[in-house]
Ligand binder design. Structure first.
Ligand code: DAH
Length: 342
């Protein structure tokens, strides 16, 4: 009996100290298997008197179940530890990219939009927004583009199935926000309106079908083309710094008269001519002009009393020129080697 007590305490110590499942299983074999001391004792049962045999047999069975229970308890502990280790091992660290720990950042287009807002706010403008899904009236008619006007085809508009056919669209420019703003508040107005636009276009080095624009609108008494040119020049040097030059060229938009195209020196070739600027040395960033009297009439503003200028610039192109990115499409491939640089 006392031998059994020693055997039990040794066996419990060995099971309890097994530090891996393999070790535990080895211990189980050694302690309870065919060649175990316990089995040796069991083999002596046959030679005992019936009374003693029964007693010792019972004793051995009880011992065996206690050791089995100790084995199961230790096995449970080791399995839990192994699971915890595997979970820790296989944990996906989403803050780590290719072994380099780095923080995420806003997309370059978002950063550019923020920077543009800051630039214009510093010049005294407020910031407004309008919906991406627009009515034909806000997007075209109120902007002096009546049905069947040839300018409509230039917008490659995507229509939305809602209401009358071609009455609802995803806006191809941010100019309808001018209309909403003038309907909402009386002049004077000094505002910029950034946002996403959509056109049925094939992606090209300086064009994507889902782009962003920032619209500008000034309405006050006595506003002239000189104010427009001065504002654009001030904006260009505030946003690009001294190394990029801009120019206004005669242009044509139904909602402005006179109209101009806003261009900057191509940042990729510094004006020498390259694939990105189609060898012209200049990149068109948007249009501008003096608000057409018909636009004022559409929103019940008296064109005899008020005058104003407007502009609409492509945010993606502004970003492309500021960072000298030869092909705009790389900004939307979401290759982290590109987007991670900003
Ligand atoms: N909406 C024009 C476009 O997307 C750009 C534009 C031109 C906006 C002249 C203006 C403007 O506000 O005055 O092509």
């Amino acid at each position: 009996m006392s031998d059994l007590a020693v055997l039990e305490s040794d066996a419990l110590a060995r099971l309890g100290s097994a530090s891996s499942l393999d070790q535990l299983r080895d211990a189980h074999g050694d302690l309870l298997g065919k060649r175990s001391p316990l089995n040796d004792v069991r083999k002596t049962l046959g030679a005992l008197a019936p009374e003693d045999r029964k007693k010792l047999g019972q004793e051995l069975n009880d011992l065996r179940s206690r050791l089995d229970a100790a084995f199961a308890a230790r096995e449970e502990e080791l399995l839990a530890a192994e699971r915890a280790e595997r979970v820790a091992d296989e944990r996906l660290d989403l803050t780590e990219v290719k072994g380099r720990r780095r923080r995420g950042s806003l997309h370059l287009v978002t950063q550019t939009r923020d920077r543009l807002e800051d630039t214009f706010v510093a010049m005294g403008f407020t910031v407004a927004e309008g919906p991406e899904v627009e009515t034909d009236w806000h997007n075209f008619e109120a902007l002096n583009i009546p049905p069947a006007h040839p300018a409509r085809s230039g917008f490659d508009t995507l229509y939305v199935k809602f209401g009358e056919p071609e009455s609802t669209l995803v806006r191809p420019h941010t100019s309808p926000v001018q209309i909403r703003l003038m309907l909402e508040q009386p002049p004077p107005i000094y505002a910029v309106m950034p946002g996403r636009c959509y056109r049925k276009d094939t992606p090209e080095p300086r064009k994507v079908p889902n782009f962003s624009q920032i619209e500008g609108l000034v309405v006050d008494r006595g506003i002239t083309f000189g104010n427009l040119a001065g504002t654009i020049e001030a904006f260009t040097s505030a946003y690009f710094g001294p190394n990029i030059h801009s120019r206004l060229r005669p242009g044509s938009f139904p909602f402005t008269e006179p109209s101009a195209e806003y261009e900057v020196t191509c940042a990729i070739c510094e004006g020498r001519g390259c694939r990105t600027c189609s060898s012209t040395g200049w990149i068109e960033l948007g249009g501008c002009g003096m608000v057409h009297p018909n636009v004022f009439r559409a929103v019940d503003i008296d064109p005899e009393e008020w005058s104003g200028f407007a502009f609409g610039f492509g945010i993606d192109r502004l970003a492309q020129m500021r960072h000298a990115i030869p092909d705009m499409r790389v900004l939307f491939d979401n290759d982290i080697r590109v987007t991670g640089q900003f």
